[in-house]
Ligand binder design. Structure first.
Ligand code: ASP
Length: 327
């Protein structure tokens, strides 16, 4: 065992984890890298809509394309699908009936771009990419982001489908206009890809928590919260209650834990542990997926029910994530 590895075992996970999360730590004993690799390219993404997104991303990678192009293409599939009511076009609106979108993207050199509180643009991920590629900034928000998108030729559209509008109107009847936080109303797509060269990139895009307050921005566009990659280490994406992820800078934390020697699985468990330690987790769901540069991956969630799509070795399949609360 290397010194670094001893540090993480005995240091961070030992001192904090064992004291506070005996269930997580004891479950870890005897298990190492069970989710292991079978070569590049690899694509991994959150929830069932990840299957179609992975497929689009993999199409680029098998032809030798770059991970950054693959992650953008992958999540655009979810953004364009009106049946996916948590991302892009067709996403559920805020409590005022407005669809507001958050997204971020990051490449293997550490370049990144993001948009928050963006309305009327179907593909926020591509606006984020343009911010990354063509401006000195990382994030544009609200009206400024919309103005930038229109200048770059994106088309202004109505993103509120009649199905989403109906759900919002139904919610309004009982809601008393209060934002709800529960384990149901989320399903961001976060997608990570390693290309044939082994370079990593990530993308994350969402319509955010449904019925949120107007102007609310979640974790998904925040580099290091909703998504983070480091080409020396690996990457991570988050889904679920953004406030909990932001308070712990979950994706950055997971990548840094992997840098110090944790497996992706161990790192995800530790990051969920940090949330459980300080927050009332009973009514919130958070799920993390992580992958390292060898292609080992892991996931962990607060509650049962989180799953993710893995495209590796010619197979694109759903995997159920382990969770802190089993039922
Ligand atoms: N993380 C997103 C947010 O809080 C929600 C989701 O995962 O769908 O905005």
């Amino acid at each position: 065992m290397s010194n670094r590895r001893k540090f993480i075992k005995g240091g961070i996970l030992g001192a904090i984890g064992t004291a506070i999360f005996p269930r997580i730590i004891s479950a870890k004993k005897g298990r190492q890298n069970s989710n292991s690799k079978s070569g590049f390219p690899i694509v991994i993404s959150t929830w069932e809509h990840g299957i179609a997104a992975n497929k689009a991303a993999m199409k680029i990678l098998v032809d030798g394309g770059r991970a950054i192009d693959a992650v953008e293409s992958g999540v655009r599939v979810s953004e364009a699908d009106p049946e996916i009511m948590s991302v892009g076009f067709g996403g559920l609106p805020d409590r005022e009936g407005k669809v507001t979108l958050d997204a971020c993207i990051m490449d293997e050199t550490g370049n990144c771009g993001a948009v928050s509180f963006l309305q009327h643009i179907k593909h926020p991920i591509s606006v984020a990419r343009k911010i990354m590629d063509e401006t000195p900034h990382v994030m544009l928000s609200g009206i400024g982001a919309l103005q930038f998108a229109l200048e770059k030729g994106f088309i202004k559209e109505n993103l509120l489908t009649s199905k989403a509008k109906k759900k919002w109107q139904d919610w309004l009847k009982e809601s008393e206009y209060k934002p709800i936080i529960n384990v149901e109303n989320h399903d961001t797509i976060g997608l990570l890809a390693l290309d044939k060269k082994g370079n990593i990139s990530g993308a994350c895009t969402t319509s955010g928590l449904s019925w949120k307050m107007h102007g609310r921005v979640g974790d998904s566009p925040i580099i290091g919260a909703g998504m983070y990659v480091d080409n020396e280490v690996g990457g991570c994406c988050a889904t679920g209650l953004g406030e909990a992820v932001m308070k712990t800078l979950g994706s950055f934390l997971i990548v840094e834990l992997m840098r110090q020697g944790a497996t992706p699985q161990e790192a995800c468990e530790e990051a969920i542990g940090r949330i459980i330690k300080n927050q009332n987790y009973k009514h919130m769901q958070i799920g993390y997926i992580a992958i390292n540069k060898k292609g080992d991956h892991g996931s962990f969630a607060v509650h049962n029910g989180f799953n993710y799509a893995l495209h590796q070795g010619g197979k694109n399949q759903m995997i159920d994530s382990p969770s802190f609360v089993k039922k």
